[in-house]
Design a protein around this ligand. Structure first.
Ligand code: SF4
Length: 671
């Protein structure tokens, strides 16, 4: 049998956005490897994607629409045709809209696929319908808000420039699990003599890459950044020429925020010693080009935006932002590469409709009554697993009067609670357009194989629904490829100078926007705005995290794993095995204090719920912490619930983001 190689892109919510080579035989993907011509990912894939073909052709794939036949959550369904499914949705929605208004319909999606067209395919449809809008804030809006408060629209440095750094700080990022290709530049920097630090709450697998590991208490990173700046100022390690020319508000920072954070106070807050903090500041101040790579987890506390703001301020004190190889990378800013507004079409809204924060789905489904949500349409997302306060979310999804449609590749926790399930394509079965958020690469991908079974893409499903509901706009008649052609034809300053021929041939190309010598920063003043009068709190400051009751003394880390991405990849048994089951890790002291041992079944409990785990006792986790890696599907969990039964719907200080890391628990042996 002859095979062909087709180019594609990893669609998952990961900053790397790897280029893929897909070997296709008889319309099946038989092998997936990295594309060696990709400028940033250079032909390697993470363990999750090395056998993407096992996901694409998994026996668990949904291949036909399903209609619920038993009680909600019973997983009893019957196969129906697409026509029956679409007719049912159109009828139910027409009736709901007539009786209660279109805002009682709520779409729910996030980044199950990162392709611009398929990810945003529901926006124009739901805008035209007049449905409630979803504030898609589950990931890192606090991180964006923190960066923006100091740096405005300034693009982050090119990730590969880290190779020129002499001090690399991986701050709250488990890059081995979530950003492996960034480590290429880190290793290069190391071979040239750079020191590499990991600052995190426990010894993640990324500790293996670091020369030094600094463990801080959860949510105390801002205290560390401020105390380091305190020492830089006290010991004359600042770049005063840079501060005079490029920074707004340094004097106020020094007099107010830094004065109140000497290393001794930060030591109490972080758990590091004052001596360690002082010597970190010395090393930072003496480095030629320190480079900070900031993760997202540290922004998922009540003080998350302020934490990122303090960290982003640190390189400003030594002028690192203008040194090749120096600065701070929170994410790359390639958002303007394509005109996303041409996909989401806000102009289709009959009037501005209400906005619902996705982190509060549990509250919204159970308590909102102005008016209540009567239908939920979930696509490429699994809120029963990934949304905070799982008990509230599941209670809401179990409502008998809620008409729930789930468009998915697998029978996920959410799909099991649906009235109708629609089979979705994987990224190899549809076209899309990608832009990375951890590099400056863009890429166009065509479908590599035909849809598996009767699965349909988001775009095609919304097109069919638009027809059923009588939307007359020609927009809803175009194919995904036609829309992609349109987006590629529209001019964009960011795409100027790209290698057009390669892009049109389906290869990844880089945007050229990382000028290191700049005439101004991307803020209103053109300077780095340490003092930002537009913010409610104009200066970066230490702010505590949410208080927890003393009966829950262990801080819970809902951490990442190299073998899953949020709730994705649990369909692959080999990846589940590599994770070693749904475990909770604690320090030996915490285990001993409670008379617990490794391997034992334990119950983690707080005010929101209780979750059963297998216990792992490990020195990698400091006392006071409990670490749960991965977001398991309930069918593979040792108990009825998974980790998000322990996380709250509270929001961050900026960006109204999730606070997945800002929760506490107590542990008990299982009876
Ligand atoms: S999940 Fe990330 S690292 Fe893994 S293949 Fe996809 S883009 Fe690359």
């Amino acid at each position: 049998m002859t095979s062909t190689i087709k180019r594609s892109v990893c669609p998952y919510d990961c900053p790397d956005t790897c280029g893929l080579l897909v070997e296709v035989e008889d319309d099946r993907a038989v092998r997936v490897t990295g594309d060696p011509e990709h400028p940033f990912t250079r032909g390697t894939l993470c363990p999750k994607m090395n056998h993407y073909e096992h996901t694409v052709h998994s026996p668990r794939r949904l291949t036909t629409p399903l209609r619920r036949t038993g009680p909600k959550g019973s997983s009893q369904f019957e196969a129906i045709s697409w026509d029956q499914a679409l007719d049912t949705i159109a009828e139910r929605w027409t009736e709901i809209i007539a009786r209660h208004g279109a805002e009682t319909i709520l779409p729910y999606s996030y980044a199950g696929t990162m392709g611009l067209v398929q990810r945003n395919a529901g926006h124009p449809f739901f805008h035209r319908l007049g449905a409630s809008r979803l504030a898609r804030t589950i990931c890192a809006p606090a991180k964006e808000a923190g960066w923006k408060a100091v740096m405005g629209d300034t693009p982050g440095p090119h990730p590969d420039r880290v190779a020129d750094s002499d001090l690399v700080i991986l701050w709250g990022i488990n890059a081995v699990a979530t950003n492996i290709h960034f480590l290429h530049g880190v290793r290069e920097a190391k071979t040239r003599g750079a020191a590499v630090w990991l600052i995190d709450t426990y010894r993640t697998p990324t500790a293996a890459v670091a020369d030094e590991v600094f463990l801080v208490r959860p949510g105390a990173d801002a205290a560390l950044a401020l105390a380091m700046m305190h020492v830089l100022v006290r010991e004359g390690l600042t770049d005063n020429g840079f501060l005079d020319e490029w920074v707004q508000g340094f004097d106020r920072l020094r007099a107010e925020s830094l004065a109140e954070m000497p290393p001794e106070r930060a030591a109490e807050l972080t758990g590091l010693s004052a001596e360690a903090i002082t010597s970190m500041a010395h090393a930072f101040g003496r480095a030629r080009a320190p480079f900070i790579r900031v993760g997202s987890g540290l922004s998922r506390y009540g003080n998350g935006a302020m934490t990122v703001r303090c960290i982003a301020t640190l390189p400003a004190l030594t002028g690192a932002y203008l040194r090749p190889g120096g600065g701070c990378l929170c994410g790359t800013s390639s958002g303007g590469a394509f005109a996303t507004k041409e996909i989401v079409r806000e102009d289709f809204m009959p009037r501005p409709t209400r906005i619902i924060n996705m982190n509060q789905l549990g509250h919204v489904l159970n308590d909102l009554d102005d008016p209540p949500v009567r239908s939920l349409y979930v696509y490429h997302s699994n809120p029963a697993a990934v949304a905070p306060d799982q008990n509230a979310v599941i209670r809401g999804l179990e409502r008998s009067d809620l008409f729930t449609v789930v468009h998915e590749r697998f029978l996920t926790d959410t799909a099991r609670l649906a009235d109708l399930v629609l089979p979705a394509t994987t990224s190899l079965e549809h076209s899309d357009l990608y832009r990375a958020y951890g590099s400056y690469c863009i890429q166009r991908a065509q479908a590599a194989i035909a849809p598996v079974g009767e699965s349909r893409s988001n775009w095609d499903t919304f097109r069919l629904l638009a027809q059923r509901l009588g939307f007359a706009e020609p927009f809803f008649r175009q194919s995904a490829d036609q829309l992609i052609d349109h987006l590629c034809r529209l001019p964009s300053a960011l795409r100027q100078g790209i290698d057009r021929e390669s892009f049109e041939a389906g290869k990844a190309v880089e945007l050229a926007l990382c000028a290191e010598s700049r005439e101004r920063f991307g803020t209103p003043s053109g300077k780095i705005e340490i003092f930002n009068p537009a913010e409610t709190e104009p200066l970066p400051r230490y702010r505590p995290t949410y208080e927890e009751a003393p009966e829950f003394p262990l801080r819970l880390m809902t951490a990442v794993t190299p073998y899953a991405l949020n709730a994705s990849f649990y369909e692959q048994e080999s990846l589940r095995r590599k994770q070693g089951g749904m475990r909770l890790m604690v320090n030996p002291r915490e285990a001993q204090r409670r008379g617990l041992r490794s391997g034992q079944a334990v119950l983690a409990r707080n005010r929101l719920g209780e979750v059963r785990f297998a216990l792992t006792v490990s020195e990698k986790v400091p006392p006071g912490l409990a670490v749960a890696e991965g977001i398991w599907w309930r069918e593979f969990a040792p108990g009825e619930r998974t980790v998000n039964a322990l996380t709250s719907q509270r929001l961050t200080d900026g960006g109204r983001g999730s606070t997945f890391y800002d929760n506490s628990i107590e542990l008990h042996p299982c009876e």
